[in-house]
Write a protein that binds this ligand. Sequence first.
Ligand SMILES: Nc1ncnc2c1ncn2[C@@H]1O[C@H](COP(=O)(O)OP(=O)(O)OP(=O)(O)O)[C@@H](O)[C@H]1O
Ligand SMILES: [Mg+2]
Length: 373
Amino acid sequence: MSEMNNTGVNLGRKSSEVVLKDITKVFQQPDTGKDFTAVNHINLKVNSGEMVTLLGPSGCGKTTTLRMISGFEYPTSGSVYIGDRDVAKIPPNKRGISMVFQSYALFPHMNIYENIAYGLRVAKRPPEEVTKRTDAVIEMMQLKGMERRFPNQLSGGQQQRVALARAVVIEPSVLLFDEPLSNLDAKLRETMRDDLRALQQRLGITSLYVTHDQSEAMAISDKVVIMKDGVIQQVGTPMEIYEQPVNRFVANFIGKANFIDGTLVSKGPDGAVVRVGGREMLVPKPGAMQDVEAGSDCCLCFRPEGVKLSSKEGVFRCKVARATYYGSKIEYALMLGDSQYIVETYNPQLHERYAAGQEVSLSLVEGSVRVLR
Ligand SMILES: Nc1ncnc2c1ncn2[C@@H]1O[C@H](COP(=O)(O)OP(=O)(O)OP(=O)(O)O)[C@@H](O)[C@H]1O
Ligand SMILES: [Mg+2]
């Protein structure tokens, strides 16, 4: 994909795929001298033009992974491919990548125009090309009229647009983002993330995006990569990650999840039979996980909205510990024995309502239950 604008400048025409082959990064800790594995045998393929987000808690290795793609860090083992090139021996400025950071990293002593033109000047592009491309990007990023200002004369959102302009002006084949929106307030963050996604799709630039904000990851990504302790837990579309988490960590990290412990009785073509609280229930495919063996402990995983509540008798008879009204939904904290479950009913006006102290039967909606280890 490419974009021709009225100045005839072709942006983002050389998008490449990115492949990480079994990359590991071991750091020697400066304080203890011990080895620490920050990234542990990661394999990942980002298709040309795709936006893939690395998501995980602080310290799980997201930035380290990006830095190995950019070339600011070398893998201890494994290979990085950009397009069909193994980039091991290629320095960062020759990899065809641009990076956008949380801190914007603009040059404070240069005006906006010079900040954006910088990469083209360093690459020694002819002056008329520098002017043409810089002007085109300034127009595209709606920065017209601000060219002569300095970074400290712009708002945070405007500075981030300059950082993005500076990243795309050199026509990278890969864009890397490390928490680019973290410094912005919540409202602006949402607007910027939508703009950023629209721009990425319009230009078709392969992008890797690091965040620890799950809703941001869901909103902008073709694929989400969930990481924990340097290891990839799951790769999938936002829908796959939310609806078919492969383990408790992923289920908990994306959205809210409840777990009921049980035992897997048997597996068959229809799904899995699980014993919970002295009763057996069938969990239909695809909720029944492949890697749980008959006879072993397991848990039923369900989302707050994947339930029905009723005042009639039922399998899971719970006590309402708390009912919180949010307008579009009511959130209930339910006690079943010593365990607490958080459930939600949307459109409260269409449902029976329950008050704290009341007894209620919880039933799990078929198709939204997962059996996990
Ligand atoms: N140069 C280094 N030397 C030693 N340890 C490092 C170095 N860089 C990173 N680490 C460690 O590697 C781990 C992963 O760091 P990384 O910056 O990749 O995490 P992250 O997922 O980006 O976290 P955050 O969300 O907080 O930015 C951390 O435990 C960090 O302390
Ligand atoms: Mg980081």
